[in-house]
Design a protein around this ligand. Structure first.
Ligand code: ZN
Length: 169
């Protein structure tokens, strides 16, 4: 009788091997960029009506952000500052995950003509970070999330699987 248990054991082992590769740092680096956060410039008064800087210093003379006149040097007259948050995570990276199954025929989703697909497998603790990301950089290529990441479990271990498409060719 073919043992179901043995098959399970085999795939468990294979999974563990893959997972160990990630843990040992053989996984690749994926840089996650969260949506930029905007906040009011600390140096100048904001003009809420025109959504720009009044170019009037709101800090006193002697303060490092003080300016006497002209365009606010801190925000360049925009009145708003933007910060980009990025975080580097480790994961298994698979470019064109559908290609092997489809006889090397490059699979592309509607609307992403010719775009390269990429799958990453990583720790489930990154779920929110990836779900809310603006974009990611994998192997130096800017990619956008194509589906919400899903959790896949095998043998008691869980991995987060996320699919992206390259925004450049
Ligand atoms: Zn300013």
């Amino acid at each position: 009788m073919p043992s179901n248990r043995r098959i399970k054991f085999k795939s468990k082992k294979r999974f563990k091997k893959r997972w160990d590769r990630v843990v040992k740092g053989l996984g690749r680096s994926v840089v996650i960029y969260s949506p930029p956060t905007k906040y009011e410039c600390p140096a100048c008064f904001y003009d809420k009506v025109n959504r720009t800087s009044t170019n009037v210093s709101k800090v006193p003379l002697g303060h490092p952000l003080y300016f006497a006149g002209g365009r606010c040097p801190t925000c360049n007259g925009k009145g708003i500052l933007t910060t980009v948050k990025k975080r580097c995570i480790e994961g298994i990276v698979i470019w064109n995950p559908g290609a092997a199954k489809m006889n090397e025929f490059t699979f592309s989703e509607a609307g992403h003509e010719g775009a390269r697909q990429v799958e990453i497998k990583t720790d489930i603790c990154h779920k929110d970070l990836i779900t809310d990301c603006d974009h990611v950089v994998i192997d130096g290529i800017i990619c956008k999330l194509s589906d919400l990441p899903v959790i896949r479990g095998l043998g008691g271990k869980h991995l987060l699987v996320a699919h992206f498409f390259a925004t450049e060719k």
